[in-house]
Design a protein around this ligand. Structure first.
Ligand code: NDP
Length: 451
């Protein structure tokens, strides 16, 4: 009997929904990719008959484990940890680790699925994975965070390796947490190897890894604007988030002559009509990252600004927007508001920050819209370069890495044009990114046969 769930998009998605109940984020991510891939596959029987998309949408494995740790008051705490190894057709699994109370298997499966295409787009040999825990680092002491990271790695270490799976940071996991996890890995295995990226410069890390995602998202934005003969000089930018990606995106916008109007966190957003300049960005970095403060305190330091509790910044008129906080933070109505207010370009720093309605709105209005899998790939690209440096046991210079990052972002932009050019000056970057990423992984899978 013929297998039918790959025949059309609806049938395929019904199967995905049935096999992944209560996993809305994962289903959403697959739907966004499948919409483009089914059209692309129409005349490519081999992809259909070999069930390539169905196979990419079924992770190679999902490891779930218990993480016990003791808090400062002596209570035993129990968290859940995961590593999703989605696909290693073109290289070792690669993708970040997220510590946030909203983490579920669905969220990590969506992120690992997206990562598979993103990593392929970079042109580097990296498969897709993602991991994390529902542990909430907010309000925890450094010693508690260290104990949690050590416990997490005590299970994770058996599933990763420099040629197997190389995790990095993500929400809630920065250089400090990578340090605690790397220390524990090294202690357990007695092996100093490039098993994690985002490491400190003294112990195998790469220059510009910290800045790469935010900077890369702005380079991608600049590439998009250049197709219209424009640049960032004098453009107003609305940015969400105030973590690693948001602050470095803001920094690069300012460096390229733009004016940043907003930043946010889960408590609300700040609007600074005078512009968030480099000294203000430095204040946010210190305040949010090192002192674990809230963005609302910005208005005390810079009284020209206002704080809007519980709101997202998409109602502030702007030329360009960069969602850099989290998934599904920019909804259909927000997309309509942005377009109505004259926003001409959106470059996603976060993963899947725009919901499907929002994506359809941007596409309908044919604005310059880059999905995260293309525009935020700079971080994982420099992670890939960190892996290369670790293998070679050397460190490249900052100028070399800056140039490589720029080149990689331009390369991704070109791939999007190759498969997303719709004629009449409109480039569908979502379609371009989906097809370019899919094709690379799919062709490798075809070469391997049915495995
Ligand atoms: P950080 O932890 O440094 O910062 C996250 C920011 O997003 C914080 O300002 C946080 O606010 C805010 N945020 C988190 N959850 C929510 C929420 N539910 N609602 C509103 N705001 C929220 O993370 P990163 O900057 O590293 O990551 C941001 C995004 O970029 C994520 O989607 C991540 O997957 C993606 N990304 C990151 C890469 C990297 O290199 N770091 C690479 C590629 C993608 P609060 O402090 O209140 O929690």
């Amino acid at each position: 009997m013929a297998v039918t769930d790959h025949v059309d998009l609806n049938g395929f998605m019904e199967g995905v929904k049935k096999r992944n109940p209560y996993q809305p984020e994962f289903v959403q991510a697959v739907q966004e990719v499948a919409e483009d891939i089914f059209e692309f596959m129409q005349d490519k029987e081999e992809y259909h008959s070999q069930q390539i998309l169905r196979r990419i949408a079924e992770p190679d494995r999902v490891v779930s484990f218990r993480v016990c740790w003791e808090d400062d008051a002596g209570n035993i705490r129990v968290q859940r940890g995961w590593r999703v190894q989605n696909n290693n057709a073109i290289g070792p699994y690669k993708g970040g680790i997220r510590f946030h109370p909203s983490v579920t298997e669905s969220v990590l499966k969506f992120l690992a699925f997206e990562q598979t295409f993103k990593n392929a787009l970079t042109g580097l040999p990296m498969g897709g994975g993602k991991g994390g825990s529902n542990f909430n680092p907010k309000g925890k002491s450094v010693r508690e965070i260290m104990r949690f990271c050590q416990s997490f790695m005590t299970e994770l270490y058996r599933h990763i390796g420099a040629d197997i799976d190389v995790p990095a940071g993500d929400i809630g996991v920065g250089g400090r947490e990578i340090g605690f996890m790397f220390g524990q890995y090294k202690r357990i295995t007695n092996n100093f190897t490039g098993v994690l990226t985002g490491k400190g410069l003294e112990w195998g890390g790469s220059l510009i890894r910290t800045e790469a995602t935010g900077y890369g998202a702005v380079y991608f934005l600049a590439n998009m604007l250049a197709t219209k003969g424009e640049d960032l000089t004098g453009k107003t930018a609305v940015i969400s988030g105030s973590g690693n990606v948001a602050t470095h995106a803001a920094e690069k916008i300012v460096q390229l002559g733009g004016k940043v109007l907003t930043l946010s966190d889960s408590g609300g957003f700040i609007h600074d009509p005078d512009g968030i300049t480099q000294d203000k960005i430095d204040w946010v970095k210190t305040h949010k990252t090192h002192r674990r403060g809230r963005i609302e305190e910005y208005v005390e330091a810079f009284p020209g600004a206002t704080f809007h509790a519980g709101k997202t910044p998409w109602g502030v008129p702007c030329d360009v927007a960069l969602p850099c906080a989290t998934q599904n933070e920019l909804l259909g109505e927000d997309a309509k508001t942005l377009v109505a207010n004259g926003c001409r370009a959106v470059s996603e720093g976060a993963n899947m920050p725009t919901d499907l309605d929002g994506v359809h709105t941007f596409k309908h209005h044919k604005i310059l819209y880059a999905p995260g899998k293309a525009s935020n790939a700079g971080g994982v690209a420099v992670s890939g370069l960190e892996m290369s440096q670790n293998s070679e046991r050397r460190s490249w210079k900052e100028e070399e890495l800056q140039q490589m990052l720029k080149d990689i972002m331009s390369g991704i932009h070109n791939s999007c044009i190759k498969y997303g050019d719709q004629g009449g000056g409109y480039i569908d970057y979502v379609k371009g990114a989906n097809i370019a990423g899919f094709k690379k992984v799919a062709d490798a899978m075809l070469a391997f046969g049915v495995v």
